[in-house]
Design a protein around this ligand. Structure first.
Ligand code: ZN
Length: 150
């Protein structure tokens, strides 16, 4: 179990050090600002859509803890190419995996770096750090300019 904790930490620290898709997306179709008052994490999420309405680019700008930034970085990689419905479904899935009582199966093959986020389950105070980027993107896709974790 400790090996797994190390692995989770390594993935999160690596995304925090070198986040993917960090930066303002000037030509975006939607954006939203997210805030997690529990930890002080702030993030802006940007998305652009292709002609089919699928997510073409997802970027973020974030100031916050390693978990919130790593989660945003992982999210941008996971949701490119998804339709808006698929993105909403995935956002709901992640929130459920992080909060459901039953221990989810951490399958590295299927979940990839998302597995690392599941390690946050053992630190309930940090779960909102992990869900912030996802919920903020959900707000952006619904046309809501702001999201606050509650
Ligand atoms: Zn945080």
């Amino acid at each position: 179990m400790d090996d797994l904790t190390d692995l989770y930490q390594e993935i999160i620290l690596s995304h925090n050090r070198r986040p993917r898709n960090e930066g303002v997306l000037e030509a975006c179709d939607c954006q939203a600002e997210g805030f997690n008052p529990l930890c002080g994490d702030r993030i802006t999420v940007y998305a652009s859509k292709d002609s089919e309405g699928c997510l073409e680019k997802v970027q973020f700008l974030g100031e916050g803890c390693a978990i919130s930034r790593a989660s945003a970085s992982i999210m941008t990689l996971q949701l490119v190419g998804a339709s808006v419905d698929e993105a909403h479904a995935k956002i709901a899935d992640i929130a459920k995996l992080l909060t459901q009582e039953e221990e989810p199966k951490a399958d590295l093959e299927v979940l990839g770096d998302l597995t690392a986020l599941l390690g946050v389950r053992r630190f309930p105070a940090r779960i909102k750090c992990a869900t912030l980027a996802w919920h903020t993107l959900g707000s952006a896709l619904r046309g809501e300019p702001k999201h606050e974790e509650r």
